[in-house]
Design a protein. Structure first.
Length: 60
């Protein structure tokens, strides 16, 4: 009988997740830019940047 703990390691999808996060943020900002204009997209980008910086400072 096969040992239930003898499984291959799960693949690491961290890099794919980071890339797809960037792709999704990019198309969302382009859609906001197309609908409400550059200032709304720039403001949302500034807010996301602040959130990322806050998470980075909390983790270190």
């Amino acid at each position: 009988m096969r040992d239930p703990n003898d499984r291959p390691a799960a693949p690491n999808y961290t890099q794919a997740c980071i890339v797809m996060f960037g792709v999704n943020v990019a198309w969302i900002l382009v859609a906001i830019w197309a609908i409400w204009g550059f200032l709304a997209a720039a403001f949302l980008g500034w807010l996301v940047n602040g959130l990322i910086n806050r998470i980075e400072s909390a983790r270190s």
